[in-house]
Design a protein around this ligand. Structure first.
Ligand code: NAP
Length: 289
């Protein structure tokens, strides 16, 4: 095994494109495919081979990386790609999917002789571009060295979990926190404005104390600075994650009222035309129009 891997990247949206570029920077040979070809083409200038089909992207690859919208998209794309992948290739599945999807995708991998890694990531557009993601990874011990080379290229930290499914569990828990912070900031900002309170007075009030929070400041800053596009994490993607978290909670007997309410805020913001904007656009769900 050489140090240089051939990696087939399926999905070059916000996250997948950044991850592909960092794989190239790390010296790996990268093939990319995206449903809308216009998002894959620019990677050609960075040295990636742009594939016409998912199967072309993964043929003879050492590693297949999926970074698509959701589990349904991964199933659809991998049903096309997996038969072309070589027996024993590593499949790094980084799309945020449901717990049921992790099981189903693991079975799909097994049917095609692929070595499955449940490997969702923490971090958004900027950390993805900087190669500073945190990878939550679970997969068999004998594939870890190879998968780990991919994680080193796209991230600055890998958190290893024992079995597939455990990484996605931790990811859903982390995202429930991220989404709660996002909505709390959005609602607090809208309330301050509605009550005639200068949001800066609130931010000064909590500055440096236990109530202060860098993420709150970042998300509130995006709304106030009119910087919701291009999104780091789009409203429609966040709404999908909220649905996955709510479903996981229901399946495991916990009520997640904040997650359900947050999903509704994202749906409302998307209905108002903010679906492609950063999820901080939850702010707009505070208003009727
Ligand atoms: P994105 O920019 O919207 O990219 C989504 C990708 O999925 C696009 O390449 C899209 O193709 C593709 N896709 C959607 N439906 C498809 C289908 N049915 N068949 C084939 N391709 C399909 O989203 P992203 O922000 O990169 O997120 C990707 C994944 O990472 C999601 O699961 C998300 O939850 C997770 N994630 C995101 C972040 C973040 O901050 N953005 C952080 C951690 C994890 P088209 O270009 O043709 O639409």
């Amino acid at each position: 095994m050489t140090d240089t891997l051939t990696v087939g990247v399926l999905g070059t949206g916000i996250m997948g494109a950044a991850m592909a570029r960092n794989l190239l920077k790390a010296g790996h040979s990268v093939r990319v495919w995206n449903r809308s070809a216009d998002k894959a083409q620019p990677l050609g200038a960075d040295g990636a081979e742009v594939a016409a089909t998912p199967a072309d992207a993964v043929r003879d690859a050492d590693v297949v990386l999926t970074m698509l919208f959701d589990g349904a998209a991964v199933r659809e794309v991998m049903n096309d790609a997996a038969p072309a992948a070589r027996d024993g290739a590593i499949w790094v599945q980084s799309t945020t999917v449901s717990l049921a999807d992790v099981d189903a995708l693991g079975e799909l991998a097994a049917r095609h002789g692929l070595v499955f890694f449940d490997a969702p990531v923490l971090g958004t557009r900027q950390p993805a571009e900087a190669g500073q993601l945190t990878v939550l990874a679970a997969g068999p011990a004998d594939g870890r060295a190879e998968a780990g080379r991919v994680f080193e290229a796209v991230g600055s930290r890998t958190v290893w979990l024992d079995r597939p499914g455990e990484a996605t569990r931790l990811k859903l828990v982390a995202n429930s926190w991220v989404l709660a912070l996002t909505h709390a900031g959005a609602e607090t900002l809208s309330l301050a404005e509605a009550l005639g309170v200068d949001p800066d007075r609130f931010l000064e009030l909590i500055e440096g104390g236990p109530l202060d929070n860098a993420y709150l400041r970042a998300k509130v800053g995006l709304v106030r600075g009119d910087k919701l596009s291009p999104a780091a994490f789009a409203v429609t993607t966040a709404e999908k994650d909220a649905r996955l978290i709510a479903e996981a909670g229901r399946q495991h007997g916990v009520r997640l009222d904040l997650v359900e309410a947050g999903a509704e805020r994202f749906r409302r913001a998307a209905g108002q035309g903010h679906g492609d904007e950063d999820m901080a656009a939850s702010y707009y769900a505070s208003f009727d129009k």
